[in-house]
Design a protein around this ligand. Structure first.
Ligand code: ADP
Ligand code: MG
Length: 230
């Protein structure tokens, strides 16, 4: 519990700072991109350099956008939603990328799940981050099983991959900003995800076995199973 508290305090401070900085970066970035485009049109000889600059600008843009998600009290749009519908939407987004990476996504959603009071876009962002990590953990392909089910009064959304896994001593580091083992990683995906799930009064639990795979659970407690409502 102490570990969790430490992590969330850190998240709050970083989140505040990050949102401010990200906002300040966005405006000049837009202007640089605009002029870059004009320059590229005029100067055909260094096409390759421009492409590098543009892809690096895209990367800054990506990081800044992920950071902005951390913004303090965001304008949240909470509604009662069926998480299996949100999951299906997100899985569709990954159709092409999954085929490209030889990854098969299998969904197992219990029927009659209770609706969850949530911000649809933010929750989708979390699902995207977790599925992206699962695909990236399986460079030779494999299966990702995505489950949504009730366990007593808890709604559990579980992502099981067959990827590289995470060493035991690293699991505590997950969700810390900039902790990444990837050459092109930002180490922000899980941090943003923790933040969003925290704002939904849920929790994230990660279990992993090196060489076997990783299971990520998102848990929302205190929901009434639909069967009991009838
Ligand atoms: P990034 O993906 O940019 O590295 P994340 O915050 O999404 O940042 O993840 C942080 C780190 O956690 C990753 O670099 C990776 O080492 C580890 N990780 C997260 N999910 C998985 C997974 N499903 N399998 C293996 N490692 C993972
Ligand atoms: Mg990631």
């Amino acid at each position: 519990a102490e570990e969790l508290l430490r992590k969330s305090e850190k998240l709050a401070v970083v989140g505040e700072l990050a949102a401010g900085v990200a906002h300040e970066i966005r405006n000049p970035l837009t202007s640089i991109k605009g002029f870059m485009h004009l320059l590229k049109e005029e100067c055909k000889t260094h096409k390759h350099y421009f492409e590098i600059i543009e892809s690096e600008l895209e990367r800054i843009n990506f990081i800044v956008n992920e950071f902005l998600m951390l913004g303090k009290p965001q304008v949240m749009n909470f509604q009662q939603k069926d998480v299996s519908v949100l999951l299906k939407d997100v899985i569709t987004l990954f159709d092409a990328q999954a085929i490209l990476n030889n990854v098969q996504i299998i969904s197992e959603f219990e029927p009659d799940l209770p609706l969850l009071y949530c911000d649809e876009n933010q929750l989708k962002q979390v699902f995207i981050n977790i599925i992206k990590n699962a695909i990236e953990a399986m460079p030779n392909g494999g299966k990702i099983k995505i489950q949504a089910k009730m366990q007593e009064n808890s709604l559990i959304i579980r992502f099981i991959d067959q990827g590289c896994g995470i060493p035991k001593d690293r699991i505590a580091k997950l969700g810390e900003p900039f902790y990444s083992t990837k050459e092109k990683g930002t180490g922000l995906g899980l941090m943003v995800s923790y933040k969003i799930i925290e704002a939904h009064s849920g929790s994230i639990k990660i279990e992993s076995e090196v060489g076997q795979g990783t299971t990520v659970d998102i848990i929302f407690e205190g929901l009434t199973p639909v069967a009991l409502k009838r």
